[in-house]
Design a protein around this ligand. Structure first.
Ligand code: SAM
Length: 238
């Protein structure tokens, strides 16, 4: 498969694009691409484009745009909120959220969240890399972190919030999710230590919150995220 790169500029027939240092080094030095070799570019707006190296300088690779090879796919409407985890698990949940079709990724700080300062740029870079690797044409928006309280206070009236709650009595999420087909939804997953009893109680009283169980076992937060995104995609799609 051809290497896929996310770029910022507009992609139009006949245009030439000069890559920055990092992407140039990746193509020319790591992948050893030379003049005439092909790559695929996307910017989240103009679909996927075939491009050909016009220069293989390790500092500034130039690419000639050849043709659009896939139209732009619509941005997913799925909102995904999660309590940030420590380094590798954080990278993992961002990657998986992109692969599983989240449209917006929102770090949420709750009482037992163990990570409070996030490197936003790193999260965005991770989302871009995941999109490049799994042929997603629109990179999800990664929002700055927000506290659970502020999130709930400002929750939009037209969206329901699926809350993965290990204390939910009904054993299967299928019925609850089936009823949400065609609606705008968000998904909320708690931190390593779970949500506090007060947070869980508040969430469960809100009219727009739909608690779901992911089975009788307590899952790790990163596993719960993947499991919930998988059942949502299987039952609701995006
Ligand atoms: N201590 C473990 C860890 O380090 O990840 C488990 C954390 S679990 C409490 C984290 C979050 O995953 C919970 O807040 C909840 O959102 C979700 N979760 C885990 N198991 C679940 C289940 N069986 N049903 C629904 N949600 C679950």
């Amino acid at each position: 498969a051809l290497p896929r790169l996310f770029v910022e500029p507009d992609l139009t027939a006949g245009a030439q694009l000069i890559l920055g240092k990092e992407q140039s080094l990746y193509l020319a030095a790591v992948l050893r691409k030379v003049v005439g070799d092909e790559v695929v570019l996307f910017n989240g707006r103009d679909g996927a484009w075939l491009a050909r190296l016009a220069s293989d300088s390790k500092k500034s690779v130039a690419l000639d745009l050849v043709e659009q090879i896939a139209p732009q796919t619509p941005k997913s409407d799925l909102w995904y909120g999660f309590a940030p985890l420590k380094t590798e698990r954080l990278d993992y949940v961002i990657q998986k959220a992109v692969e599983m079709g989240a449209g917006t990724i929102q770090p949420v700080l709750s009482r037992f969240t163990q990570v409070s300062r996030l490197k936003h740029e790193r999260l965005v870079a991770n989302a871009v890399e995941a999109a490049e690797q799994c042929e997603v044409l629109s990179v999800p928006k990664v929002e700055a972190e927000v506290t659970l309280e502020r999130l709930l206070d400002g929750w939009p009236a037209d969206r329901l919030l699926v809350f993965a709650d290990e204390g939910e009595a009904s054993s299967s999420p299928v019925e609850a999710l089936t009823e949400l087909r065609g609606k705008k939804i968000g998904l909320l997953i708690g931190p390593e230590g779970g949500f506090s009893d007060e947070e869980r109680a508040r969430l469960r009283t809100l009219p727009y919150v739909v608690p779901i169980s992911l089975g009788p076992r307590i899952l790790r937060a990163d596993t719960a995220a993947v499991a919930a995104l998988a059942v949502i995609q299987a039952i609701i799609g995006d």
